[in-house]
Design a protein around this ligand. Structure first.
Ligand code: GDP
Length: 492
């Protein structure tokens, strides 16, 4: 009984100490009433103006006259009211007011949303009216920040709200949605709690150091460290996939000058974006275009033709092309059977091969091909065994097999990840916190192997707890929060 109490106390003190390193979230909370336009600005059918804070309902009541003659203060929560917004008995607009009382709202505090007609003038007047009655203008992301501070969302879930708004493909939408619904929050939180338990037991042992007792079962602790390491490693690894799904899969289009790279980019995009010309070396810089195929964004990068060149500007382009290959997930290598030899092609692929990237060989200009047989292609595939087994015969100019190429890319993206099923990390801040936590947990493991004393182990355990807590926002500070929420738009 006594021991149980001491363990609880230790855990409490521990949690407090870690939170103290950075301000605990509740201490920075401030509930004045804020107002902002929640929909996009500009003319539209409807504009939603949102008020949130302790006095939201009272402020709304001052400026909104309900047709039912009932005051919003007396109306039940989660109800919609038709009426007029008025300034000094002058009607500004006829609108709907939706009210959320108490803590059951997006922000976790009283909220009123006015759905007005979407005129800039009306929006300005209504906001002015709210300000005159005691509200202040919301800062960027302040509604979501309040949702976090009021415990409605973990920090990583709040960040996913911004990703969801920015999502422009099925894949980026799915990863944001998965994260907003919790993503890996519960997994991280559960591990953090278990680690906290052990940390408290280890610290408790220090109080009984003279009696040489062991409250924390070392073999169980080792198992926990192993589980944490495995979880962290797989989340860290998922970042490359997550990042690609969020920002688009980078696809480099490479090959000799005049291989048809710009023509292919145009064929993929169905428009004349890249300059097509017969003069070798015309695409001197890199051109990037995003295209959605099968709900996934692909970033196609048309590079300068790769060849040895004396032209300085072209040489920079060639260097850039090589850098793009380094960063691409898919490399489309174009060649034709007149301008390239088998050994040229295979040497290029082998020299520029990168583990983890997918090489697709594109035999272009097959409309001009005299050869009906595929002997040329077979020879290439034979000598590139182990590098790639994908070769498509296309004509960029005639649009032949472009659909097949798109289908191939869509299928490949599906294999990258079971989108929406596996948990993926898409945020660089989470990636860094997870990497730091992994490093710290490895130090704990080393410490265990070296039979370090409990007080030394505790230092690295604390560090791990700190990094894990920073993902969900268990520990955070004004600067970190400011950084995250300033990237939101005003009104979110
Ligand atoms: P890049 O230097 O690799 O970007 O090559 P371009 O796209 O500028 O194309 C060079 C030349 O090859 C242009 O005259 C294109 O019209 C031509 N070309 C590209 N693809 C094909 C194709 O599939 N068939 C034929 N016949 N000509 C093509």
């Amino acid at each position: 009984m006594f021991l149980g109490y001491k363990i609880c106390l230790k855990k409490f003190i521990y949690q407090k100490q870690i939170s103290l390193i950075m301000n605990k979230k509740n201490t920075i909370y401030n509930s004045d009433t804020i107002v902002a336009l929640a929909t996009a600005s500009g003319m539209g059918a409807i504009a939603v103006i949102r008020l949130s804070g302790a006095n939201a309902i009272q402020i709304a009541d001052q400026i909104f006259k309900s047709y039912s003659k009932k005051s919003l203060v007396d109306a039940p929560s989660h109800t919609v009211h038709l009426g007029t917004l008025e300034a000094k008995n002058q009607v500004i607009d006829k609108c709907l007011a939706t009210i959320f009382k108490g803590t059951k709202s997006y922000t976790g505090e009283p909220v009123v949303e006015f759905s007005c007609h979407g005129s800039n003038y009306i929006v300005e007047e209504v906001i002015k009216l709210c300000l005159a009655n005691g509200a202040r203008l919301a800062e960027a992301g302040e509604f979501t920040k309040r949702a976090f501070l009021n415990g409605k969302l973990a920090l990583n879930q709040a960040e996913a709200v911004a990703d969801l708004i920015a999502s422009d493909s099925k894949a980026s939408h799915q990863v944001a949605l998965q994260q907003m619904r919790g993503g890996f929050t519960s997994e991280i939180e559960a591990l953090r709690q278990e680690l906290l338990n052990f940390a408290s037991l280890i610290e408790l042992e220090l109080d009984f150091s003279e009696e040489d007792v062991e409250f924390a079962d070392r073999s169980q602790f080792k198992n926990l460290l192993k589980t944490i390491k495995t979880t962290l490693s797989s989340l860290i690894q998922s970042f490359s996939v997550g990042n690609v799904l969020k920002n688009g899969i980078p696809v480099a289009i490479v090959g000799k000058p005049n291989a048809g790279k710009s023509t292919l980019l145009n064929a993929l995009l169905n428009e004349e974006r890249a300059i097509v010309s017969d003069i070798a070396g015309t695409t001197r810089d890199t051109i990037e275009e995003t295209l959605h195929i099968g709900g996934i964004a692909f970033r196609f990068i048309d590079t300068a033709g790769i060849r040895d060149t004396q032209d300085q500007i072209e040489a920079i382009g060639v260097q850039k092309a090589k850098e793009k290959i380094e960063k691409a997930s898919v490399i489309l290598f174009l060649f034709d059977d007149k301008d390239n030899t088998v050994s040229e092609i295979t040497t290029f692929v082998k020299e520029n091969y990168r583990e983890g990237a997918k090489y697709v060989l594109l035999h272009n200009k097959t409309d001009l091909s005299l050869e009906e047989t595929t002997a040329f292609d077979d020879e290439i595939l034979q000598s590139l065994k182990g590098y790639t087994d994908t070769l498509l015969r296309i004509s960029a100019k005639e649009g032949q097999n472009i659909t097949e190429l798109k289908n191939f890319l869509a299928d490949y993206a599906q294999t990258l990840s079971h989108i929406g099923k596996a948990t993926v990390v898409t945020n660089i801040r989470h990636y860094e916190a997870l990497s730091n936590a992994l490093q710290a947990i490895e130090k704990v493991e080393e410490g265990m192997q070296m039979h370090l004393s409990g007080d030394l182990l505790a230092i690295d355990i604390r560090e791990t707890l700190y990094h894990l807590g920073s993902i969900t926002g268990e520990v955070s500070n004004e600067e970190v929060l400011g950084n995250i929420f300033s990237r939101f738009c005003i009104g979110k």
